[in-house]
Design a protein around this ligand. Structure first.
Ligand code: SAM
Length: 321
């Protein structure tokens, strides 16, 4: 097992099925751009091989399927049943929910227990202006279908000043009344936001989020697991919410994540553009592939920050949010 001086090892893999997305969220994609698949994306079979190698070599035991929009990829239908047979302790999907009603049968039959769904507002007009595509009612229907099937949900919201920060309380009440844990993600200084004044203008951090919540609720901070990215709070008698406080309370020192992009690049840290190609390694016989992968993993682990998230020009959709 590969461990660094802070006791960090790779336990959590985020697998990006495709860089393509059916949304073009303002914080993820610059104006006028659409998200297309990356060139030379791995096939479903190559992803399965990569996953097995990473499980055996790095000791990965938790997987999150992400993208781009993972449900958009034809690979999703082939990969999902295969992944659930790999003996991982935890598998989840991060999706914008737009295709959930269409893919519900497949998801439910796969036995997946947890899904994180991204939703930045309950206002249909704001929804269109942030996601620049999609339909709010379809996402809400998807949430109902998943809940009826007993799948545990978390909702991810990125609060942005003067964009959707007035949606913090409505979304929190929506989640509390449905036993869904809401996660606020502090706006990350990534992609086109790097070096743009928009980032500072729109950043709405933990302090401000808690200020809004305090208007309507009493909350207490609770414990979170060692490698959790979220600071967790309880509203006694109602439920929980979390804040992924990349800036206000960085979690780099306990980060156990590694990312595999849809075109086969491994990333050890969101704050580093450094990546390690895995595609050729997939052709090699097991012992050689594992030895080579071990070297790669040492490099990727050394890329992790210790103090805090400093941002990167890399875009979340490529390396898997
Ligand atoms: N399409 C899927 C979805 O929407 O959940 C998965 C990919 S998306 C890149 C994963 C998560 O990254 C979403 O919750 C999104 O809100 C978040 N994200 C993307 N860019 C971000 C940024 N600059 N700051 C904070 N969160 C961001």
């Amino acid at each position: 097992m590969i461990v660094d001086q802070f006791g960090r090892q790779f336990r959590n893999l985020r697998l990006s099925l495709t860089a393509a997305c059916n949304y073009a969220c303002t914080y993820c994609v610059p104006d006028g751009k659409r998200l297309l698949a990356a060139s030379s994306e791995l096939s479903a079979q190559q992803m399965i091989r990569a996953l097995k190698l990473l499980i055996d070599t790095a000791g990965i035991d938790k997987l999150r399927i992400t993208g781009g929009e993972p449900l958009l990829s034809p690979k999703f239908d082939e990969l999902l049943p295969a992944i659930t047979q790999m003996g991982l302790s935890d598998i989840s999907i991060t999706t914008n929910g737009q295709l959930v009603p269409r893919k519900a049968r497949l998801i439910i039959d796969s036995g997946i227990q947890r899904i994180n769904l991204s939703l930045d507002t309950l206002n249909a007009e704001k929804f269109r202006s942030i996601a620049r595509s999609g339909d709010l009612a379809t996402v809400l229907r998807g949430i109902e279908i998943l809940q009826e099937a007993g799948i545990r949900l978390k909702i991810n919201m990125v609060p942005m000043r003067n964009q959707n920060h007035d949606q913090i309380l409505p979304l929190l009440e929506y989640c509390l009344s449905r036993n869904i844990e809401l996660r606020f993600i502090e706006l990350m200084n990534m992609g086109h936001l790097q070096g743009s004044p928009l980032y500072r203008q729109q950043f709405f951090g933990m302090h401000d989020i808690l200020g809004q919540i305090a208007q309507n609720y009493e909350y207490v901070r609770t414990d979170a697991p060692f490698d959790s990215t979220a600071v967790r709070f309880e509203i006694p008698g109602r439920g929980f919410f979390g804040i992924i406080a990349n800036e206000s309370e960085p979690f780099c020192k306990s980060c156990t994540r590694i990312r595999l992009s849809s075109n086969g690049e491994l990333y050890g840290c969101l704050s580093s553009a450094k990546s390690y190609p895995m595609t050729q390694l997939l052709e090699l016989p097991n012992p050689i592939a594992m030895a080579k992968l071990q070297d790669v993993l040492y490099g990727a682990l050394a890329d992790k920050q210790t103090l805090g998230f400093s941002g990167e020009v890399t875009v979340m959709k490529f390396i898997g949010g």
